[in-house]
Design a protein around this ligand. Structure first.
Ligand SMILES: O=C(O)CCC(=O)C(=O)O
Ligand SMILES: [Fe+2]
Length: 574
């Protein structure tokens, strides 16, 4: 687990509790309490006011979800005129400085397929209309469509062929070749910026470092420093299939793309320039729909493409005439590829509505006054092989979810990501408390009031038992050892306790572990996680279970939630 990312100091400096939330009388003044002297008073919970605040978070998440990108697309014009190419066939000489400022263009695409000695080749777009050349090419397209095998899809763990659901032809990567390259066409760069934007890192202030002899880039020191603190993620596109959807009935009903492995973040579809009608691609997420309709745009030859997070439901509407020829790519997360992005596209968590709201809520005494846990359902699904053992990787976070994660982090809170179908959140709560306790201990500040001994010692079995059982006198034995022995320090008690357990003949260690588990269960049974979200948008999971684009049992999607530790109002007010 990454280092805890809490920074409560910002609440101290900039957000004193509002006047209306007058501090409760307390012997040591607001928030600065030594729990060994006086336990902090439990604050009254105003459930109506708290529900209203939780509702506010829910709406902010919803709004954020509505504005986040989940699909993008584009069109790259094609240069057909050979005069615009070099002798080697390139578009323009690579050394032409002006090229940097031009729009990216692309060249006609060649497809090859067929067995040895029976190979076929076609160049798209097909030039001429009805002439001999055009006619021949048309015939070759028909041959391509016939060379395809009927495409299947993943349904209930098996590859299913059902033309009601999907009517298309497919060639696997080994069965065809193409000279089209999404990297060369600039598509991968664009997709990277749109779907896995850089994250501005804000792990507390760092002193400005003046470096001499840097190239003048017109940025202020602050801007330059911020740029250096960006986390860049990259995308790798892997060609997957060639699909032909032919009129009058080619289509692919609503489905999500089966993740090929745990790093699959999205899918890319590239539409080759050939006439067809219908066949729009609809991509849906969280109640929104974006249509990529490429048949409309075929007058001028171009490569048209769309990319989307592959957990988003999508559908190819009916192709009514012609052949819709598509290259599909799987998009995997890869280490950052460099600074591809301009500042506008980078994620600035402080600008997100959820961040402002969290800050406001945390200073309210109506919100979890005695501390607790806030469970935020993320809206995208994430691939994994083992829902229990797989540790979720924050670098995989998509669109709106990334915004939530970053906003929580920047608001100075500790959170852990957990897979929803794991059942028990107990390990997550334990992990959160351990991280929090470690963090509080690290801070050289006055003791916080709400860090009770149980929570402080949650990581050590012996400590727990020392605190809970010995002090309660429950482990009194023949030796007269017990919790009432006030002359003993904590360490002595623990040592003595361990010695006795050891002496009682084997099983001491197991006993400790078993008691530890019971103890933790009891302790957390009283802790409530307040959940936000998880409503209508989760219905898409039905599609995940039923229909993928390929049956693959090893890798599945699951929902992930972010459980956030909310310190008590006393601690927040420090
Ligand atoms: O052809 C398209 O636009 C999308 C195809 C698709 O969804 C798939 O192959 O899984
Ligand atoms: Fe798909």
């Amino acid at each position: 687990m990454a280092d805890p990312f809490i920074d409560l100091s910002q609440f101290a400096a900039s957000s004193p509790p509002p006047a209306s939330a007058a501090p409760l009388p307390h012997p040591h003044g607001r928030g600065i309490v030594d729990p060994t002297v006086t336990p902090p008073p439990q604050l009254h919970i105003n459930t109506v006011a708290q529900d209203a605040l939780v509702d506010g978070i829910k709406h902010a998440l919803y709004r954020q979800g509505r504005t986040a990108v989940f699909t993008c697309g584009g069109r790259i014009p094609m240069v057909l005129d050979p005069d615009h190419r070099t002798d080697e066939g390139d578009l323009t000489p690579r050394t032409d400085a002006l090229m940097q400022e031009q729009r990216i263009l692309t060249m006609p695409v060649t497809l090859r397929w067929g067995d040895e000695m029976a190979g076929r080749r076609v160049e798209l777009p097909i030039l001429g209309d009805g002439g001999e050349d055009g006619g021949t090419s048309q015939a070759i397209i028909e041959q391509l469509a016939r060379a395809c095998t009927p495409a299947t899809f993943g349904g209930d763990g098996e590859d299913v062929f059902d033309e009601e659901y999907r009517r298309a032809g497919a060639l696997a990567v080994g069965e065809f070749m193409t000279d089209f390259c999404p990297y060369k066409a600039g598509i991968v760069d664009l997709v990277t910026q749109m779907l896995v934007p850089p994250i501005a890192e804000h792990h507390g202030p760092s002193p400005p470092q003046i470096e001499y002899g840097e190239i003048e880039d017109g940025l202020t020191w602050d801007q330059r420093r911020e740029k250096k603190r960006m986390m860049f993620r990259g995308v790798r596109a892997e060609l997957y299939k060639l699909n032909v959807y032919s009129g009058p009935s080619g289509h692919f009903k609503a489905h999500v793309d089966t993740p090929r492995n745990e790093t699959q973040v999205g899918s890319l579809v590239v539409c080759l320039p050939i006439q067809f009608t219908g066949g729009a691609l609809a991509v849906r997420h969280a109640g929104q729909e974006i249509i990529h309709d490429w048949a409309l745009n075929l007058a001028e030859p171009a490569i048209q493409w769309a990319a989307f997070y592959s957990d988003c439901q999508h559908e190819v509407l009916q192709v009514t005439a012609g052949h819709r020829i598509i290259l599909t790519y799987n998009l995997y997360l890869s280490p950052g590829t460099g600074r591809l992005c301009d500042r506008a596209l980078s994620l600035q968590p402080q600008g997100l509505p959820i961040y402002e709201l969290l800050k406001r809520i945390l200073i309210s005494r109506d919100f979890m006054p005695n501390g607790g846990y806030l469970g935020l359902y993320l809206v995208h699904g994430y691939p994994h092989t083992d829902p229990v053992q797989h540790k979720f990787v924050p670098n995989m976070l998509k669109g709106a979810d990334l915004g939530v994660f970053e906003a929580v982090k920047v608001a100075g809170l500790i959170g852990v990501l957990v897979q929803c179908q794991n059942g028990s959140f107990l390990p997550a709560l334990e992990e959160l408390d351990t991280m929090y306790a470690r963090h509080v201990r690290k801070q050289s500040r006055p003791q916080r009031c709400d860090v009770d001994p149980v929570r402080r010692d949650v990581t050590t079995v012996a400590n727990l038992l020392t605190a809970a059982e010995i002090e309660a006198g429950s482990m009194e034995d023949e030796d007269g050892f017990g919790g009432g022995d006030d002359d003993m320090g904590d360490d002595d008690r623990r040592e003595e306790f361990e010695r006795i357990l050891g002496e009682e003949g084997g099983g001491g260690e197991e006993y400790l572990q078993e008691r530890h588990r019971d103890f933790i269960k009891e302790y957390y049974a009283e802790k409530e996680v307040v959940w936000v979200g998880g409503g209508g948008e989760r219905q898409v999971s039905k599609v995940w279970v039923a229909y993928g684009n390929q049956a693959m049992l090893a890798v599945k999607y699951s929902y992930v939630s972010l459980i956030v530790k909310v310190p008590s109002w006393w601690e927040r007010g420090m």
